[in-house]
Write a protein that binds this ligand. Structure first.
Ligand SMILES: [Zn+2]
Ligand SMILES: [Zn+2]
Length: 449
């Protein structure tokens, strides 16, 4: 089932496009080469020899020197609807996604109120059909109102279209509650996505516990707050034969815990965020909460290296932004008091390209593969350039330099962890679920920037 079908986007005009002479790279489909990428009626119909495809009424985009990737899929974003539309909504959040090369995202349920009833899910799906630029899937909470006690009506929520379940923003503290949820999951399906943290270990910590927190005199969150929760939940998932997805891995011990669980046959997947892959707690020395305060916190260099190794050896399935918009006044306060989270949809690819691909730390193909890896953990089809696929394409200029925030943001919020940085690599155009969802202003009809 295509993304448009699975996430029931309103049927629209399928794009007719020829991306002339693009370097097509889709590692998961074994595609790498210079092609005319031919899209008709919203589907990739052919990867033709460069210069050979007739436009035949389709728009021809001169794409020599540009890269065409399968558009990215983000399984972890906060769109703040309902209740905090001053931070983001479905329109602005999905526009930010399209600007970042994404064809689909999954929205978390920790809204105000949380997404805990079938009517909540139905209202969000309707809003997405009306106003989303890319495919948007929704999770419902595991527990009613995210109170951590009573389970939601999981089967009814699934029938209403919830892709899965998560209390993200908060951990599931009670092992009994998670166990019950895993038992219900057997009946109704739906991956359970877990924010892994032991609140008693995190205490009132505001950053990673280590030499930097000691030097700054800030309370720390130890790595084991995350990894011990993962080990417990992986054991529960194994015992109940449940399906879990671990969100935003940040620590080396966590990568090790997931690796052990996978080797034991537990049905577990996990994600890491660009900010945890690119930054360490050294950044917190700036005491800039707008860019560097989030949960889980930025950790040490050894943790960052372990996450990269986890991408390489397959322990980490995908890259997810945990895009978390916040209003300026919640961030322009002392570090300890500031809201948790950073935005990331518009910069994920460019940041990974600048910080990891260009220095030779991460292969471009692995970055592209992991940016598309977030669909499968939720039972959705991976975006692909293979002929016959629904057109989901990110057209990128790997040489373009741009300064983040200089031209504003598509997101309603400005707490980008890349704010003010000059990045190399830019998304020029995004096709999502068969439709052109985004074009960089300076990149219009057939004229490269
Ligand atoms: Zn979280
Ligand atoms: Zn989150």
């Amino acid at each position: 089932m295509s993304l448009a079908e699975a996430l029931d986007m309103r049927p629209g005009e399928g794009a007719d496009l020829v991306l002339g002479g693009a370097t097509a790279l889709d590692p998961a489909a074994g595609i790498e080469g210079v092609h005319d990428v031919v899209v008709r009626g919203g589907r990739v119909v052919e990867l033709a020899a460069p210069g050979s495809a007739a436009a035949d009424g389709a728009e021809r985009v001169e794409a020599e020197g540009l890269h065409a990737f399968p558009a990215f899929f983000d399984p972890h974003v906060h769109l703040r609807v309902p209740g905090q539309e001053h931070k983001e909504d479905i329109e602005t959040g999905s526009r930010a996604a399209a600007a970042g090369g994404y064809c689909g995202v999954i929205a978390m349920a920790n809204t105000e109120p949380p997404v805990s009833t079938p009517a909540d899910v139905e209202a969000l799906r309707e809003a997405a059909r009306e106003g989303a630029s890319v495919a948007v899937g929704f999770l419902a909470t595991v527990t009613r109102g995210m109170a951590g006690e009573e389970l939601t009506e999981m089967a009814e929520l699934r029938e209403a279209g919830a892709l899965g379940f998560s209390d993200d923003g908060l951990p599931l503290v009670s092992a009994r509650v998670l166990r019950r949820a895993l038992q219900y999951q057997r009946l109704c399906g739906g991956t359970i996505a877990l924010h892994e943290e032991d609140p008693e270990l995190s205490g009132d910590g505001v950053m990673h516990e280590g030499p930097v927190s000691a030097a700054l005199g800030l309370a720390g969150i130890p790595s084991v707050s995350e990894s011990t929760a993962i080990a417990r939940d992986a054991a529960l998932a194994g015992y109940e034969d449940g399906r879990i997805h671990v969100q935003h891995l940040s620590a080396a011990e966590s990568v090790a815990a997931v690796r052990v669980a996978k080797e034991a046959g537990v049905r577990i997947s996990c994600e890491a965020s660009p900010h945890h892959l690119c930054l360490t707690d050294e950044a917190v020395r700036s005491l800039d909460p707008r860019r560097f305060k989030m949960n889980p916190p930025l950790r040490a260099e050894a943790d960052r290296e372990a996450l990269i190794e986890g991408l390489r050896d397959g322990t980490i399935d995908c890259i997810a932004t945990d895009h978390a918009p916040h209003a300026t006044e919640e961030k322009e306060v002392p570090f300890e008091q500031a809201a948790l989270g950073v935005t990331g949809l518009e910069t994920a690819f460019a940041a990974l390209h600048t910080d990891l691909v260009l220095p030779g730390v991460l292969d471009l193909s692995l970055a592209v593969e992991k940016l598309g890896g977030g669909a499968a953990p939720f039972g959705l089809e991976r975006p692909s350039l293979a002929p016959g696929s629904e057109a989901n394409i990110a057209l990128c200029d790997l040489g373009a330099e741009w300064t983040v925030g200089e031209e504003g943001y598509e997101s309603r919020s400005q707490n980008s962890w890349c704010a003010g940085r000059t990045l190399t690599g830019r998304v020029l155009m995004t096709v999502a679920a068969g439709r052109v969802a985004y074009r960089l202003r300076s990149f219009s009809l057939g004229v490269a920037a």
